[in-house]
Each structure stands twice: as C-alpha cells, then as structure tokens.
Design a protein around this ligand. Structure first.
Ligand code: SF4
Length: 340
C-alpha cells in the first residue's frame, strides 16, 4: 500500500502547513494547490514553476491519482453521463448533467446509505462506509480528467446522506470552494438532506448561503412510510427551524411524486398548509422508476393538479424532470452497481 498522502484530502492551508513543517518554502503549498485545481495538472513532473528537485520530492510525498473509473454510461440524448468509480469501501456513482450551456455534477458522499428510504436505489444496498474528503473532491477531478469538463454547479445528491458524513463533507466543501482552486462559489453548491437538524444548523451557520435541498417527499403523517428515518429526524423540526430562522437562505424542498403514495390533491392541500409562513422553493420531481422498486411515477394530469394547488401559496414551485433516467442516473436511482 502506498505511504503517500492523497493530495485531494488537503485544504490549501493544510498543504502549506505540512510542507512548511517539512522545510519547504511557504509558497510551495499554494503552487501545488493551483496546479491541481486551476491548471488541472495531476502529474507533478509537469509543475514547471517548481524546481526539479522539489517536483521529485512532491511526487514522493503525495499521490495525485484521481479515482479509478470502472465504467461510464451516457444517456440517449447525450446530456447526462454517469460514472462508476472505485473507492476504498466499494463503488460509488457521480453524474454529470448538461443544462443549457453549463454543467452540474452530482456527487456522492457515502458508499450506500443507512437511511433506507423506500423509493431510493441507494437505500436498497445498505451502508458500506463514509467517503473521505478526498474521495468527494476527487469525484470532480476524476470527471474533469475523463471529460475535460468542470461543472458550474455541484450538488451533493448522489449516494448517501451528506449530513451523516458531516466532517468529511465540510472539508470537501472547503477544498472545492477555495477561491484559489476550483472556486465553486458557495451558492453554487447544494447539499441535499433528509433533514439531520443538528448538522444542518452547523452547516448553515458556517455557510449561510450554501444551497440546501430538503428531501421532504411527504406530509409528516405519511413520511415514515417512505422515509423510515422520519422517526429519528422528524421533518417538523426542520420546518420549525426554517420558520424561526427567516434570515437563512431559503431552502429548496424536494418532493418526489409517486403515484398513489403522496400525490393526491389532499396531499397537495396539506403540503400547502404545512409550508405556510416558510420561505422556500418547492421542487416537484416526478418519480424516476427503478425496475427493482415497486413505485410508479405520476401522470401529467396528477402532476398538474398537484401544481395548481401549490400555486395558491406564496412559494415558487418548479418541476424537475430528472435527466439520465434511461441510464438510471436520475435522482434516487444510483446504486453503485456494475453497468451491463
Ligand atoms: Fe439515503 Fe438519500 Fe437514498 Fe434516502 S434518498 S436512502 S437519504 S441516499
């Protein structure tokens, strides 16, 4: 096993500190960070503004390899590509999506997930481990190397519950948003969570403008049936938190519409009532069917009826038609399984 440290695990300040302690000049850490994250150069032999001697030493200290791409698959319309990647604890997926003239990348935060939401392919496979910060950051570096595309937006909506891997997710945000690196503005990063209140509070305290997407998916009395973690992490705690803290950037409430489960007019009316006095955006997602799961998506008619009721409220309502459904790259469809 390599004794080298993985470069993607370090913030710029950490890199500077480590190298300074080893007797290198203080600017060297910043130079390396810049090569990796702004020039996208992952071979230290090519760090031409660094002396040959130091390049050799850097190559001995750090591993610059991105993650191993096991497979990749493009959607029919070629706007979405998902990648199956090898990590320490198994396999994960990351998805690159084209939207008009820019890209958004959906990254994973865990291998599998312990929360077992009934409609989610990731929940089906159980929990195999947290991703380290470098494994999160490296998903971007790996896709950049494979496609030469650096996305504009990042969403932590892949495999796993990001707020149950809080420290590593936080560190990855610090690295990915560094202005002297990839420079993802904090508003261009969205964390999707079923609502782990303690860590959500810490996160928005640290990054008040970070995008937050709450997987609401059902009115409280119906939520446990599809999100068993509702028992431990009640959605009402999240609703009350946002009701009481109006100065925090408004969250997006994600609501996946499943036929006969959470998509009746009655559900819409109760949802409208629940979200009264909360500043939020409501994002409706017609369910992405998965052959292994019994749930069905909704008809256009059901979707329209649902929207009409929500339009009576003050909050913006959008519909997200997931991209890459044909390659099982849509929301809730990632399972980290081999592609055939
Ligand atoms: Fe985990 Fe999110 Fe899937 Fe629920 S929806 S099982 S939290 S990955």
């Amino acid at each position: 096993m390599s004794s080298k440290s993985i470069i993607f695990n370090f913030t710029r300040n950490e890199l500077i500190e480590i190298l300074t302690k080893k007797g290198f000049p203080p600017y060297l850490g910043g130079q390396i960070f810049s090569w990796v994250y702004t020039k996208h150069e992952l071979n230290p032999d090519n760090f031409t503004n660094i002396s040959k001697e130091n390049r050799k030493k850097i190559g001995e200290l750090f591993d610059f390899s991105p993650l191993k791409v096991i497979d990749s698959r493009k959607s029919v319309e070629e706007e979405t590509e998902k990648f199956l990647l090898r990590v320490k604890n198994g396999y994960i997926e990351t998805v690159l999506m084209k939207q008009n003239d820019y890209y958004t990348q959906c990254v994973s935060s865990q291998v599998g997930c312990k929360l077992g939401c009934k409609f989610c392919a990731t929940g089906e496979i159980g929990f195999k481990g947290n991703l380290s910060a470098d494994e999160i950051v490296s998903q971007v570096a790996t896709v950049k190397k494979a496609t030469n595309i650096l996305p504009k937006n990042l969403v932590y909506m892949g495999m796993g519950e990001p707020l149950l891997n809080y420290e590593n997710v936080l560190k990855s945000i610090e690295i990915l948003s560094d202005r002297e690196g990839y420079d993802f503005g904090i508003r261009r990063i969205t964390i999707s969570t079923i609502g782990i209140l303690d860590n959500l509070k810490k996160l928005v305290n640290r990054y008040p403008n970070i995008g937050i997407a709450i997987s609401l998916n059902a009115i409280p009395e119906k939520r446990t049936a599809i999100i068993p973690a509702e028992r431990k992490y009640p959605i009402m705690d999240i609703i009350n938190f946002y009701r009481e803290n109006k100065r925090i950037a408004r969250p997006t409430l994600e609501y996946t519409l499943m036929d006969g489960i959470n998509s009746s007019k009655e559900d819409a009316k109760k949802l409208l009532k629940l979200l009264k006095n909360i500043r939020c955006k409501i994002n409706l997602i017609p369910y992405n069917e998965n052959p292994k799961l019994p749930y069905k998506t909704v008809s256009e008619e059901t979707l329209n009826d649902f929207i009409k009721i929500l339009f009576k409220g003050d909050n913006a309502v959008t519909v997200r038609r997931s991209k890459g459904k044909d390659i099982l790259g849509g929301c809730g469809q990632l399972s980290g399984e081999m592609y055939d």
